[in-house]
Design a binder for this molecule. Sequence first.
Ligand SMILES: Cc1ncc(C[n+]2csc(CCOP(=O)(O)OP(=O)(O)O)c2C)c(N)n1
Length: 310
Amino acid sequence: MMMVIRRFEEEAARHYAKGNIGGFLHLYIGQEAIAVAATEVLEDRDYIFQTYRDHGIALARGMPANAAMAELFGKDTGCSRGLGGSMHFFDVERGFLGGWGIVGGHLALAAGTAFKSKYAGEDRVTMCFFGEGSTNIGGFHEAMSLAGLWKLPVVFVCENNQYAMGTPLERTSPLKDLSIKAKGYGMVGDRFEGHDVEVVQERIAEAVARARAGDGPTFVEIQTYRFRGHSMSDPAKYRSRTELEQRKQQDPVALVRERLLGLGVDENALDDIDLEVDEEIDAAVRFADESAPAREEVMMSTVLAPEGDS
Ligand SMILES: Cc1ncc(C[n+]2csc(CCOP(=O)(O)OP(=O)(O)O)c2C)c(N)n1
């Protein structure tokens, strides 16, 4: 799955450059271990929220690559009927509730679904992903405060990839360890590195178990790094080549390959998986390319209330 995400996004970048994808495109390359491990410990009935950097989590949650690529291409067969594009993936069936563009805004929505689950007595956990930039936004405070007070079944996952657009964390936060913030909201905090998929899975499972047992929310800070710019229009000049190269030494996808080889898995078997992934993504591009564009009547039906409705 980490390879699916990696190849999906490399191909998305290529088609963005070719002009086949419009709007914004924020890549998740380098952060894949988090999406795969975190969604692995959730049940199908659980809810997930993510920012605009949403392709990885959506794919890990089971969204078909076809529907994801078609959305990027602005096609009617896309997961949001081609109306949302990269930042607004949505898949109600899989409990993937977006794809949100307002930094910190969706944390309150996550507290909302968690409140609903608790109120209705449903065994559902909400997992909400966001960047470290969100932790300075008013919405973060509101959501964390109510979640802590009402012991809501939610896991707040801060993917600290070190930069909010071009601004490093030390220029926006007096804290290096963001997980300390959890204490102020009466919830458990955790903090760990995000490049090892097994570590992420083990640690995030603890937070999910806590929420499911009715023991309240957790704020998890996962330290990670994005290998590409903030979005496709960002050449990322605010960081050095050396820093980037050092971080790439901890490429989560390469680490898994190394580990599997170390365990005696046949290299050809891994190459076969890579080939299968290539085929899946190539097929998704063909599907997106050949699909019909987003339809005006669908767009109008989601923007305007039918005539006569008040
Ligand atoms: C309320 C709000 N302010 C500003 C922006 C512009 N903006 C988009 S992404 C971003 C940086 C967010 O960084 P972070 O939360 O660390 O997430 P990352 O992009 O690193 O995943 C900003 C400031 C926005 N979308 N919403």
